[in-house]
Write a protein that binds this ligand. Sequence first.
Ligand SMILES: Nc1nc2c(ncn2[C@@H]2O[C@H](COP(=O)(O)OP(=O)(O)OP(=O)(O)O)[C@@H](O)[C@H]2O)c(=O)[nH]1
Ligand SMILES: [Mg+2]
Length: 235
Amino acid sequence: MENVQVNKRVTIVIPTFNERDNIIRLLSLLSKVIRASIIIVDDNSQDGTAEAVRSLNSSNIQVIVRKKERGLGSAIRTGIQKAIENGTDYVVTMDADLSHDPIYLPAMYEKAREGFDLVIGSRYIKGGGIKNWPIKRRIISWGANFLVRLLLRSPLHDNTSNYRIYSTRAAKEVLKCESADGYEFQICAVYRVLKANLPVAEVPIIFKDREIGKSKLTTGQIYKWFKYVISLSRS
Ligand SMILES: Nc1nc2c(ncn2[C@@H]2O[C@H](COP(=O)(O)OP(=O)(O)OP(=O)(O)O)[C@@H](O)[C@H]2O)c(=O)[nH]1
Ligand SMILES: [Mg+2]
């Protein structure tokens, strides 16, 4: 595929926790699709994730290792903060586990350039979908989106996807999600962007289940997520 020519500064933030094999493959795929700066926020993975990325010696890849903190949301905030400090125009967030295929980035970037401050790679609009997810995960994800649409009145169909592009002003809004340290960060970010009346859009993606490595989504996190959405709907 053609390397999309971006005339704006794009930074891709990827949170990692024990994703050594996945991240190396993802970085190789990304380099074929888009020219961007990349920030990996690794929570001191014991499988050598950070070392493997550093050994690539790529000038456009920055690795931040957090020794004391843990959490998907706080890792993304750390990456977004750094991207803004570096003077980026757009921030992409995506998972390291190859569930988010880089081939969708050009279409998502085009949407962002049209003026949408938050563009979501969406499984739940026409053309989108999920490959190889067990029924239990499908039900959790569907239920989560049903709740967010109902309780927070979100017009988005996929509120839980971490495959996103934020404009700088949307990125600054989501940094206000200071206490959303886990998976609830995605919901807080949607809530903040909608509250700021920034335009949002969805682009269809086919999400693939991870083939390598373990899921970090625990039952405790699902429970914390649920409590968070209820409290947000009452605020
Ligand atoms: N830095 C950091 N990254 C995390 C943490 N938890 C998850 N991640 C990363 O966030 C992304 C999403 O996590 P996953 O475990 O894939 O969550 P999921 O996609 O809901 O679950 P799967 O079904 O396993 O794919 C991956 O890139 C993880 O490595 C964390 O505590 N810290
Ligand atoms: Mg995953």
